[in-house]
Design a protein around this ligand. Structure first.
Ligand code: SF4
Ligand code: SF4
Length: 457
């Protein structure tokens, strides 16, 4: 099979051998309490339960009225003990609903819904009601991606199984263990968006998954309640980072470019992570909201690397040492992968809808060295798959020139971290880009506030 590719990118050590053959195991620590962040992707939610309330698994506990928001549900049956701020996966403190599990399996799922019979509006409402966000890391509300702007024609629905981050194997295990659900999710998303082509995209280091996915596609074709699978195929992409980035995947598979500052729908594509597609299938077939999360635990300082599935809100610290054992010398704890994940101040954060992995890294793995001055080697330019010049953006940011940074493509940067990975001077490129984008957002907010004030006068 041909392997598709894009220009740029790097080949960091894969480090997936520790977990790629390990099945996903269900994990529930004996502490039996979960800290569920009230907002997990999209606009801020408000809690709709109070301390002392009894809740069932799958019951809505937080929501917002905004279209760009998804509700959050109880992941265990029990009693609401507290609503308080707690460390969450972005390494910030955010409000969480604390539920103490009562050990029962009381559930409050929605009734199943046939995605091929209900209206498009009912389908989108179901995806939103199930609280589904992008599980590959971005936590973007799935129903918003599946409802592209009016007049936009979607040609391709791409299932993102590239999983290019080192260490992480949870997408690979999800495809191996739940291929039928992933393919069903692709068929549902194609039906919703009107895409005529569905592509399950894998990196070629997972080529042995091709027959597994093809068997699921063949079975879906014979499924009387799952039409639409006839146009689904599997495609291999070269194993390199950041192959799993939406823009790179679209470029590699369709040769189309996502417009600068635009969305994949601008190139006629919708990309969804394979875990998200599985969750979409479950939301229709079982009425199940997104309340469980599978993730990889790995890293050189982890003595028991594994793939786990836990109720959302489970504290990583509660998994240690009962389920996850650590070696001495943990230098860095990362929520996500080593390239795009967030370094956490400690392990007391909860598993969230977009937690694809938790890594415990040694000093050697993190290569913790101080930043030194840029030596103008140009390596960052040669690897950027968005064809940007990271060194120029960072120079503009250092000079406090936001306009110049924007002109150099700051807002087109997908924060993949490839430039920082190859930089011999360890210039903190991505951190600076994140801060720069935040400054641009603040600038826009101030301008909007001024315009609103002017309108009111
Ligand atoms: S500039 Fe942005 S998109 Fe380009 S390599 Fe660096 S982080 Fe990735
Ligand atoms: S890779 Fe690092 S040292 Fe080289 S030009 Fe880019 S920022 Fe400068």
């Amino acid at each position: 099979m041909k392997s598709y590719s894009f220009k740029g990118g790097v080949h960091p050590p894969e480090r997936k051998d520790a977990t790629k053959a390990l099945p996903i195991e269900r994990a529930m620590p004996s502490t039996r309490a979960v800290w569920i962040p009230i907002t997990q992707g999209g606009a801020p939610n408000r809690p709709i339960v109070q301390v002392g309330d009894a809740v069932a698994r799958g019951q809505r506990i937080a929501e917002a009225d905004a279209f760009m928001s998804v509700p959050v549900h109880a992941s265990v049956a029990g009693v609401v003990k507290k609503i308080e701020t707690h460390l969450v996966a972005g390494n910030v403190d955010a409000p969480c609903v604390v539920i103490e599990a009562d050990g029962s399996d009381r559930t409050e799922f929605m009734p199943p819904l046939d995605p091929f019979i209900c209206t498009r509006e009912e389908s989108l409402a179901r995806v939103r009601a199930a609280g589904i966000v992008g599980m590959g890391g971005a936590a973007f509300p799935a129903h918003v991606k599946l409802a592209p702007p009016k007049g936009t024609k979607i040609d391709y629905l791409i299932a993102n199984g590239a999983e290019c981050e080192p260490y992480l194997t949870i997408d690979e295990r999800t495809m191996r263990e739940s291929a039928a659900k992933v393919v069903d999710g692709v068929a549902i998303a194609m039906h919703l968006t009107g895409a005529q082509n569905g592509i399950v995209a894998l990196e070629d280091n997972k080529a042995d998954l091709v027959p597994v996915i093809e068997a699921a596609i063949a079975a879906q074709r014979c499924n009387p309640v799952g039409p639409g699978a006839c146009a689904i195929s599997v495609a291999l992409c070269k194993t390199k980072y950041p192959q799993g980035g939406e823009k790179m995947l679209i470029k590699a598979l369709t040769k189309r470019e996502v417009p600068a500052g635009g969305l994949p729908s601008g190139a006629g594509c919708v990309v969804q992570n394979v875990g998200t597609l599985k969750a979409i299938s479950e939301a229709f077939r079982e009425g199940k909201p997104l309340i469980d999360r599978a993730f990889t635990v790995s890293g050189g300082a982890c003595e028991s690397p594994r793939n786990l599935e836990a109720p959302i809100g489970t504290l990583v610290g509660d998994l240690i040492p009962e389920i996850v054992q650590l070696a001495p010398g943990v230098k860095k704890i990362i929520s996500g992968g080593p390239m795009m994940g967030i370094a956490m101040r400690d392990a007391s954060f909860p598993i969230q809808k977009n937690t694809s992995g938790v890594l415990f890294l040694t000093e050697r793995e993190t290569a913790l060295v101080d930043e030194s001055p840029c030596i103008r080697c140009g390596r960052c330019i040669s690897v950027c798959s968005c064809l940007l010049s990271p060194v120029l953006i960072v120079q503009a940011l250092k000079a406090g020139n936001l306009d110049e940074a924007k002109r150099c493509g700051l807002l087109d940067c997908v924060e993949c971290g490839t430039c920082a990975y190859v930089c011999p001077a360890r210039v903190k490129l991505v951190q600076r880009f994140r801060v720069g984008k935040q400054l641009v957002r603040e600038e826009r907010d101030r301008a909007a506030a001024r315009a609103a004030q002017k309108g009111a006068n």
